[in-house]
Write a protein that binds this ligand. Structure first.
Ligand SMILES: [Fe+2]
Length: 217
């Protein structure tokens, strides 16, 4: 049996949502404990929800569970608005982290070295919902963008997601190759949440779809 997936991600593998509307104070990400953990560049991660509630940045499969049913860590107590953002979604969630990305050296390095696919669905039982990832950009990085490619080596398959403050988007990161180009000069912070595809996520996404442009007469 196949995993349950969202129709809305079928064509492109990602969807850009309406911006986050709740105020998130900088202390919520600045006060967290960050671990040295490299993924897609010079990164550090603060773990908000892990497989067992400890400050463990590893994939849930390391503890024998799929990337679902995340347990809040001590860090999450310092970030009540971020925690509420996840809980209010009413979607089954797994790993939740804040990424701190230091400035990139070049666009070329991002596409030649850092593009990768995530391993979101290891141990995910057949017939359950496919795990995808949601982002909220916390810092204001309008000149930065996430590169998404269906084929790692084919730029014609590329889409770019701009990253101003409060940008929200959902990506099937096991399908799409991805990495962020961030010129800096300050680090970029964003929250990343693993969500299970299913009716709850569909409802959450639908409520955040940008309004379609009105047709020209
Ligand atoms: Fe990734």
């Amino acid at each position: 049996m196949a995993h349950r997936k969202l129709d809305i991600l079928e064509r492109d593998g990602f969807v850009i949502l309406k911006p986050n509307e709740r105020h998130i104070a900088a202390e919520e990400w600045e006060a967290l404990d960050y671990l040295d953990w490299k993924s897609g560049g010079d990164t550090n991660f603060a773990v908000l929800a892990s497989a067992d509630g400890t400050d463990d940045p590893r994939g849930f499969w390391e503890l024998g569970k799929p990337d679902k049913d995340g347990i809040w860590t001590d860090n999450a107590e310092k970030a009540p608005t971020l925690r509420r953002w996840v809980e209010d979604s009413k979607v089954r969630f797994g790993r939740v982290r804040v990424i701190k990305l230091n400035p990139s050296t070049s666009e070329n390095e991002v596409t030649s070295r850092f593009l990768h696919q995530d391993d979101n669905n290891r141990l995910n039982p057949d017939g359950e919902g496919w795990v995808v990832r949601a982002w909220v950009n916390l810092t204001d990085d309008p000149d930065s963008y996430m590169v998404l490619r269906e084929d790692k080596d084919d730029p014609s398959t590329e889409h770019r997601i701009p990253l101003p403050r409060n940008a929200q988007f959902l990506v099937d990161t096991e399908r799409l190759w991805h990495a962020v180009y961030h010129p800096g000069p300050e680090p970029r912070y964003a929250m990343i949440t693993s969500f299970e595809s299913g009716p709850a996520l569909k409802k959450w996404v639908t409520a955040r779809m940008p309004r379609p442009r009105s047709k020209k007469r």
